[in-house]
Design a binder for this molecule. Structure first.
Ligand SMILES: Cc1cc2nc3c(=O)[nH]c(=O)nc-3n(C[C@H](O)[C@H](O)[C@H](O)COP(=O)(O)OP(=O)(O)OC[C@H]3O[C@@H](n4cnc5c(N)ncnc54)[C@H](O)[C@@H]3O)c2cc1C
Length: 476
């Protein structure tokens, strides 16, 4: 163990899984004096849990799964028997029916009706034939998906769901589809539909892990791990400014709600939203860059919890709703993760969806949002309105990065400007403006610590991490 005097001082901004993972893996090395700054009163960020009316509730459905070697082992060694292994069950609600997900030929054809199903197949065949000839790379999400699944499948399933989740799919970058859509299309999807080829663990998990006490227990365990390794986690604390010495961030000024403190730092790792770290590190002196930072697009997240006087409502953990007539994109039953997370004779459904700041959904009152969700659940046949006991609305601003067609250019300019601070690294989902999952956040933290241990500079780690993150895929 290296003595305190010669340990490098690391300040990590943000205590979601992105920041916690970086702090945890670095603190564990024993070579760094790590301090994590979190503005909220608890860690976990969007992966936190909270208590309400006898339930432990997560912020939307969160499962833990990974195909990145070693990541699940790390979580298992951190959480031991507090981790449940859950058989995954989720479906899509389309045209009044629950369809298996991934799609299977039998019930998909039944739900579509013969005419529509034939059209879907014909469009799909056309795209396969077109794919036999060379063509330029897809320029948008819409083009990417249409080429893989045909225009009918795009219009029926992908376009409405993408419109609900990210907005305006014609103006979405194809990268959004590459990271988010598991099947590769072409003959592969036909074979899978016919049951002649199985999904792999790279595209679809058959099980996942879930912390027995709610997803928030993962963040709490990471926090404990940081503290056990001698690191500090400061809650209710925000950075107010960053003082530079030449090209390095030398001190972070923080406020804990009462007083201002100064934290010296040799390395600064940020997992807070990109616009916030830009304001702290670069300021707003360059009008062109400020414009670019403000042009990064985000979607807001709304979660409406509907408390129901029934022991259980679903057979699935969560169900997707691509159709526009439903306000929500997905419903999630918390007790499907662990029945002990709520009273025995009651359950709760979390209806989640994203929207723009100027949308009616974001502007709507809590009562209106609750009414729309209850109506949707009743119309879909999942609940009766008389069973509803209560509702709760949670909103999170700017959580979903929205990759528009110019997002890579924007992030390139921003990265160049931020990298002038030579001891700065970004990590996490909101921190890197990258559409990723919990296992990716854990991997980023581990990767940063490994590369620093190998003696790489922050700039070198930044470049290697960028490449690694570019390969991440979301496993459904
Ligand atoms: C509805 C939904 C479902 C999801 N389901 C899954 C799933 O099933 N499996 C999965 O692996 N992933 C899932 N994800 C993704 C997962 O939630 C993210 O990958 C992860 O939470 C990102 O963590 P983060 O640390 O980057 O961001 P956050 O969780 O947003 O953490 C950022 C932290 O920084 C803090 N902060 C912000 N500004 C400041 C500041 N100025 N000073 C100090 N602190 C600050 C915030 O309070 C927060 O704690 C889901 C996401 C959503 C929205």
């Amino acid at each position: 163990m290296i003595q305190n005097e010669i340990k490098k001082r690391v300040v990590v901004l943000g205590g979601g899984i992105g920041g916690l993972a970086a702090a945890y893996f670095l603190a564990r090395l024993g070579r760094y004096d790590v301090t994590l700054i979190e503005k909220a009163s608890c860690v976990g960020g969007l992966c936190g849990s909270f208590q309400h009316q006898g339930f432990t509730l997560d912020y939307g459905a969160h499962k833990l799964y990974s195909v990145i070697p070693g990541i699940l082992d790390e979580v298992q060694s951190l959480m031991g028997d507090r981790l449940l292994r859950v058989a995954k069950k989720n479906r899509i609600f389309l045209r009044g029916q629950l369809l298996d997900y991934p799609l299977r030929l039998g019930n998909f054809a039944q739900a579509m009706g013969l005419g529509l199903f034939a059209k879907l197949g014909a469009d799909y065949g056309v795209e396969i034939l077109r794919g036999l000839f060379p063509r330029s790379a897809a320029r948008s999400y819409a083009e990417y998906i249409t080429r893989r699944f045909g225009s009918t499948a795009y219009r029926l399933v992908f376009e409405p769901l993408a419109d609900k989740v990210w907005g305006r799919p014609d103006e979405l970058h194809p990268e959004m589809a590459r990271t988010r859509v598991p099947a590769s299309g072409g003959w592969e999807i036909i074979l899978k539909l016919l049951g002649l080829k199985k999904e792999t663990q790279e595209t679809n998990a058959e099980f996942f892990y879930y912390p027995r006490d709610g997803f928030g227990a993962l963040g709490e365990s990471l926090k404990k791990g940081i503290e056990q390794s001698g690191g500090k986690v400061l809650l209710n604390t925000s950075p107010t400014s960053i003082l530079h010495e030449v090209d390095r961030a030398a001190h972070v000024m923080v406020n804990d709600g009462g007083a201002e403190h100064i934290l010296p730092c040799d390395l600064l790792i940020s997992s807070i939203p990109v616009p916030e770290i830009c304001r702290l590190v670069i300021g707003e002196t360059d009008p062109e860059l400020t414009k670019v930072v403000h042009a990064l697009e985000y979607r807001h997240l709304v979660m409406v919890y509907v408390f129901i006087r029934q022991p259980k409502v679903l057979e699935d953990q969560w169900i997707f709703f691509p159709e526009r007539k439903f306000i929500f994109s997905r419903i999630f039953e918390q007790k499907q993760m662990n029945p002990d997370l709520g009273p025995i004779d009651q359950t709760v459904l979390c209806c989640d969806f994203t929207c723009d700041a100027d949308s009616w959904q974001w502007q709507a009152s809590e009562a209106d949002l609750a009414r729309h969700c209850i109506e949707g659940l009743v119309n879909a046949g999942f609940i009766q309105s008389t069973d509803v006991m209560d509702t709760l609305v949670e909103r999170r601003e700017s959580f979903y990065p929205r990759y528009d067609l110019q997002y890579t250019d924007k992030m390139c300019s921003i990265s160049q400007a931020l990298q002038k601070t030579t001891n700065l690294l970004l990590t996490g989902r909101v921190g890197m403006y990258n559409y990723n999952n919990v296992d990716h956040c854990l991997d980023m933290g581990r990767f940063i610590s490994q590369k620093l241990m190998q003696g790489l500079s922050a700039g070198e780690v930044w470049r290697e991490l960028d490449q690694r993150v570019g390969q991440y895929k979301i496993v459904d």
